[in-house]
Ligand binder design. Structure first.
Ligand SMILES: Cc1cc2nc3c(=O)[nH]c(=O)nc-3n(C[C@H](O)[C@H](O)[C@H](O)COP(=O)(O)OP(=O)(O)OC[C@H]3O[C@@H](n4cnc5c(N)ncnc54)[C@H](O)[C@@H]3O)c2cc1C
Length: 455
């Protein structure tokens, strides 16, 4: 989608510097939207053919949905406020979802205290300790001290080694793949807090929600607003370099164009920043390169039937090549589809994992055969379509002492700024945290524009 409208509605805006945001994911789009609302002259350069980044949509069979699974939570205040501005918040469908636990020997529901007590992988004392760990973590207000411990050290101390091995480790693997060994206790604390935020607010259970039409609809609405505010959006414009130009501004090169901007805000992963901005100091580049990113390989499968109606199935069986099963259609109603059953099989992996060298077909074969062995009532004929999605740099791992090594927003180069998801500290990656970061970043940039006066 290319929007060429570069004129701003409000003449005051001509006094403002021209800012470009590199990256048209939810972070870049929300940031540009917040700036455009204040009449800042803003453009977005997105490298891919479509906007959305991790929230981009794909077509699988006759379904059109997000390439990765997304839910909104009741506690996602900043995201819900954005959706309200887009006139979509009132359309969110909320639902209590189910969770299962697959051990290799069987599939167990895990939806209430009763299910929990019946879970075969733990004895009663371990279960009590595990329950107390969750209550303790959900009530802990500050996570910064937890950055000193690994998740394993903290969880083993609180819940015991059996509960760590049989419950926490599989849950960590479902979120992080083998990187779970590197993550600090602050990470798991943040995940527990996010899942229990609505309960802390007085609700007995957390509900998951989605906007009908998925993120494609949200992004289309954002694009409408951005265009109405005079922002220019250019897709298929991967930025190759950002360097200082002769007039104290910045030169941005893509494979086909060169642009001059007063300010550039990079929202893409840190390692891209280090490559694209060669004039950053060696120390700045080293800091970006020091962040450990993890990626994801995630086939989506369209099926003839449901696999049991649990939104999330955790997997403790190491032989299964993916780390969870997400039955999206247990939450989303794909009313128009002939076979409205959509399942994701995510596997989180390090950014340099050899799995990235495998073809889609090889991944499909490996993942689908393991998936079918988990659900004996399914046959290959029930699999109608498979689409493999992959991203090497999804999120920077919350390693030990993470918040002491965050990339700074303002760089040593005049006008060059970084606002990316690596700056989310002590929270798990979510669109909520992304939108919050974009809102806070927009405030910072507006303040510095006002302080420095007209360009
Ligand atoms: C499997 C999975 C499940 C998730 N589930 C949930 C969920 O249930 N709920 C939830 O709230 N969140 C969820 N998330 C997180 C959510 O997707 C992210 O928080 C959000 O999409 C991050 O947005 P972003 O803009 O920071 O990054 P990205 O979406 O990665 O956007 C970065 C953009 O920059 C572009 N780019 C990179 N390099 C360049 C370049 N050189 N030039 C131009 N453009 C460039 C990329 O193409 C991309 O579009 C999930 C994520 C994943 C992967």
């Amino acid at each position: 989608m290319i929007k060429m409208n570069n004129e701003l509605n409000n003449p005051i805006a001509e006094q403002q510097p021209h800012i470009t945001v590199v990256g048209g994911g939810m972070l870049g789009l929300t940031l540009a939207y917040q700036l455009s609302k204040q009449n800042v002259k803003v453009s977005i350069l997105e490298g891919a053919a479509n906007l959305g980044g991790l929230t981009e949509s794909i077509k699988i069979g006759d379904l059109h949905w997000d390439k990765y699974y997304h839910v909104t939570m009741l506690s996602d205040a900043d995201l819900r406020a954005l959706l309200a501005e887009l006139d979509l918040e009132h359309e969110i469908n909320w639902k209590v979802t189910k969770t299962h636990f697959y051990t290799g020997k069987g599939m167990y529901p895990l939806n209430n205290a009763f299910d929990y007590l019946k879970l075969p992988v733990l004895g009663l004392i371990d279960k009590v300790r595990l329950g107390l760990t969750i209550i303790y973590a959900s009530r802990l207000e500050q996570g910064s001290e937890l950055e000193k411990l690994t998740a394993k050290q903290w969880l083993t101390k609180l819940s015991g080694s059996k509960a760590y091995q049989n419950v926490w480790r599989p849950l960590l693997r479902a979120k992080l793949g083998n990187n779970y060994k590197k993550v600090s206790a602050a990470f798991i604390w943040a995940v527990i807090r996010r899942f229990y935020a609505a309960r802390r607010g007085g609700l007995k259970t957390e509900m998951f929600g989605y906007v009908p039409g998925g993120y494609e609809r949200i992004i289309n609405k954002l694009v409408e607003k951005l265009s109405a505010n005079g922002a220019q959006i250019i897709t298929s414009a991967a930025v190759l370099s950002v360097t200082q130009n002769q007039t104290n501004g910045l030169k941005v090169k893509t494979h086909s164009h060169e642009y001059d901007f007063d300010q550039v805000i990079m929202t893409c992963p840190s390692q891209h920043v280090a490559t694209i901005c060669p004039q950053l100091t060696e120390a700045e580049k080293a800091q970006h390169n020091s962040l450990v990113y993890q990626g994801i390989i995630c086939p989506s499968i369209m099926l003839k039937k449901s696999v049991g109606g649990a939104y999330l199935t955790y997997i403790t069986d190491d032989k299964v090549p993916f780390t969870a099963v997400i039955e999206m259609s247990s939450l989303v109603e794909f009313a128009d589809a002939e076979h409205p059953h959509l399942v994701y099989l995510p596997k989180y992996v390090p950014a340099d994992d050899p799995l990235f060298d495998m073809t889609d077909k090889q991944i499909e074969e490996q993942f689908v055969s393991a998936f079918l062995s988990m659900y004996p009532f399914l046959t290959r004929d029930d699999v109608l379509a498979v689409k493999v999605s992959r991203s090497r740099q999804v999120v920077a791992l919350s390693t030990l002492h993470y918040s002491q090594n965050l990339p700074a927003i303002h760089t040593s180069i005049n006008g060059l700024h970084i606002l990316n998801s690596a700056q989310i500290k002590n929270a798990s990656l979510s669109v909520q945290e992304t939108v919050k970061l974009a809102n806070e970043g927009a405030q910072t940039f507006l303040q510095s524009i006002n302080e420095s006066g007209p360009a």
